[in-house]
Design a protein around this ligand. Structure first.
Ligand SMILES: Nc1ncnc2c1ncn2[C@@H]1O[C@H](COP(=O)(O)OP(=O)(O)OP(=O)(O)O)[C@@H](O)[C@H]1O
Ligand SMILES: [Mg+2]
Length: 220
């Protein structure tokens, strides 16, 4: 098992009084190399669940164990390093650095991790997402689909244990979104990457080996 989500819950304080339970006793396991879709209506808790898995938020109760390590047992510094090494994230809004080229965006996390052979690794993933010829372009000169391919390359460059994607096609037209997702699945399959993908799109969810449905913070 690469990931064990053990009975996690998360609530937020509400404006008036009391707390809103957003994640309600969720548990599931993910095997190495498995692809899992998380689907559910808007507001059902998908992004919150992914943020918890990414270590960006902390559960109120329960545990998240990635590669045998309880993510809530680490102090902030250790968790930041663990996240950078183990977890690749792809967002709906790409989140590229506008002042860095495609290649520089990809090499940034490698530099933060003080990796070796940064240039070689960057060129390798650029070729994998078929953007070698766009390596020196800034995000403003790239199409949405190309930006998302840079974001995929950036996430994969560090060879994370797990890849998390939150509506990776949400900002793309249907055809481009499908092309990006087809490329994502081609890469994920070829390197046996573990993927958890949030999407409302049931056609995309069906590309994953397993589909989890979340309703009002609970798995159905
Ligand atoms: N930091 C926060 N503080 C308070 N409430 C929050 C916070 N983050 C999320 N929520 C609430 O939790 C619920 C679930 O939000 P979440 O973003 O996880 O939904 P989602 O399933 O990703 O929706 P969408 O499909 O629209 O992206 C919503 O009611 C939202 O308002
Ligand atoms: Mg969301």
């Amino acid at each position: 098992m690469i990931l064990s989500v053990e009975d996690i819950s998360k609530s937020y304080p509400q404006a008036d009084a009391g707390r809103l339970t957003v994640i309600n006793h969720i548990r599931f396991d993910v095997k190495r190399g498995e692809t899992v879709a998380i689907t559910g209506q808007s507001g059902s808790g998908k992004t919150t669940l992914l943020s918890l898995l990414a270590g960006l938020e902390t559960p109120d109760s329960g545990r998240i164990v990635l590669e045998g390590v309880d993510m809530n047992s680490m102090n902030e510094d250790k968790l930041a390093k663990f996240r950078a090494q183990k977890i690749g994230i792809i967002f709906q809004q790409f989140h590229l650095m506008p002042h860095l080229t495609a290649a520089e965006n990809i090499s940034l996390p490698l530099e933060i991790l003080k990796a070796d052979r940064i240039e070689e690794k960057t060129e390798h993933v650029l070729a994998q997402v078929r953007l070698s010829d766009r390596r020196d372009h800034f995000p403003s000169r790239l199409s949405g689909g190309e930006c998302q391919r840079v974001a995929i390359a950036r996430a994969l460059a560090v060879k994370p244990a797990i890849l998390l994607a939150d509506e990776p096609t949400g900002n793309l037209d249907n055809r481009t979104g499908r092309e990006v997702v087809d490329l994502l699945f081609e890469l994920v399959t070829s390197i046996n990457m573990t993927l958890i993908m949030v999407t409302h799109n049931l056609e995309l969810a069906a590309l994953c080996q397993r589909q989890l449905l979340i309703e009002e913070g609970a798995l159905q």
